[in-house]
Design a protein around this ligand. Structure first.
Ligand SMILES: [Cu+2]
Length: 425
């Protein structure tokens, strides 16, 4: 609605919101250009693309998704801004526009955005599972190609958010099929994570626990995702808490758990201090328990008819029998929030009073662990040379069980290593 007389406050609020989205989009695009350029053009000598850690690969793929998805949101925002302020009718039926066009443009950005949030988590979890299982990543190249496939497929599934919009049957079949196809590269990743830790010499540190929980919670969120990809099931549960449950298993159980894993893993390198392992584990177990108490019952609530959005309060009368479960979920959510105090306490206490961290506390192989603590100006005093892949753990024939990426083997060691490898085959 355009302003009549005094300026329309709703339109002003929305216009400012669009401006915010636009500025945020510019920042995302600039950041993505930076990541893509750095990954492609500024690698250390010897650092081939297939020697990059999976975190870097995940950020590279994520950046390409950002470059393709964010401009669409910005353009849609501009169109909305024009509708609100300059009398155009891109989305207004009375002027010949189509409100569904907004949904299409939003979700063309919105679905890839979900992968923008989960892909870096996948990279971080890979970088943590390998050193704490003391085994190379199982199927490194398959992991890379799976991320590329997830990135590509992420652009042709947006319609699964719009099954209830009156979409043509043929179109919804396409979106259902393309969405289910994403289960394939996702399952490749899950099986490769399991293959990585299978038979490993597992160290249950805080970052490892969070990474393992990431994989487990991502499996639950992935499975409910397959339910939601199916159009008839989706029509039934679309407006319910089942979607809220699914979403949080992917983005809290997934992204947030991996984010915590990453913070604990790189804390010693970022700040030169060790965090308190006991408090880290307490934070992990409480988060895992309260997370599941909060979000698992939402599956049941959704199937029982609990709606996501309620405009008419009289509807609550019909939902009265769900009140106890809703109250339980609310209490669990408050618990989940309070538990994070343990994290912040541990974070700041370790920051100021933690014991000094050795340069490579996890005996990991990637380049950041070759830096001394504290890290000097410009990070690397001289540009390192890379000789190996990122996950050389338990290499046969060597004295220690890991081989840093920049460590050149002498002739005797490389001979021993190739002999041991040949004997193993
Ligand atoms: Cu989606």
């Amino acid at each position: 609605m355009s302003a009549v007389g005094s300026y329309n406050l709703t339109a002003m609020g929305q216009s400012l919101w669009i401006l915010g989205i636009f500025v945020n989009g510019l920042a995302s695009i600039a950041g993505a250009v930076n990541y893509v350029t750095t990954t492609l053009l500024m690698r250390a000598p010897g650092m081939g693309l297939f020697r990059l850690s999976l975190t870097v690969w995940s950020l590279f793929v994520t950046s390409i998704l950002l470059l393709l998805a964010v401009p669409v949101l910005s353009a849609a925002g501009c169109m909305l801004f024009f509708d609100l302020n300059f009398g155009t009718s891109f989305f207004l039926p009375e002027g010949g526009g189509d409100p569904l066009l907004w949904q299409h443009l939003f979700w063309f950005f919105g679905h890839p955005e979900v992968y923008i949030m989960i892909l870096p988590a996948m990279g971080v979890a890979s970088d943590i599972l390998s050193p704490f299982a003391r085994k190379p990543i199982f199927g490194y190249k398959a992991m890379v190609y799976a991320m590329v496939a997830i990135g590509f497929l992420g652009f042709i599934v947006w319609g699964h958010h719009m099954f209830v919009s009156g979409m043509a049957l043929g179109l919804s079949e396409f979106f259902a099929a393309s969405t289910m196809l994403i289960a394939v590269p996702s399952a490749i990743k899950v099986f490769n994570w399991l293959g990585t830790i299978w038979g490993g010499n597992i160290r249950f540190t805080t970052p490892m626990l969070f990474s393992l929980a990431f994989v487990s919670m991502f499996i639950i969120g992935g499975l409910s995702g397959i339910f939601l990809a199916s159009t008839p099931v989706n029509l039934f549960v679309h407006h319910t808490y089942f979607v809220v449950a699914h979403f949080h298993y992917v983005l809290f159980g997934g992204s947030m758990f991996a984010m915590f894993a990453g913070i604990y893993y790189w804390f010693p390198k970022m700040f030169g201090k060790m965090f308190d392992e006991g408090l880290g584990k307490l934070h992990f177990w409480l988060t895992l328990v309260f997370f599941n108490l909060t979000f698992f019952p939402m599956h049941n609530l959704g199937l029982a008819g609990m709606m996501r959005r309620i405009a008419d309060p009289t509807v609550y009368e019909h939902l009265r029998n769900l009140q106890p479960v809703n109250q339980f979920v609310t209490l669990a959510a408050i618990g989940l929030g309070l538990v994070q105090i343990v994290f912040f306490y541990n974070f700041f206490r370790s920051l100021f009073k933690g014991k000094a961290a050795p340069a490579n506390p996890w005996q990991a192989t990637t380049l950041e662990w070759t830096l001394t603590n504290p890290i000097g100006h410009g990070n690397f005093p001289k540009i390192p040379h890379v000789y190996h892949g990122p996950y050389e753990y338990s290499v046969p024939g060597l004295k220690k069980d890991y081989l840093p990426q920049d460590e050149k083997l002498d002739e005797e060691d490389s001979r021993k290593m190739s002999q041991a490898l040949a004997a193993a085959h």
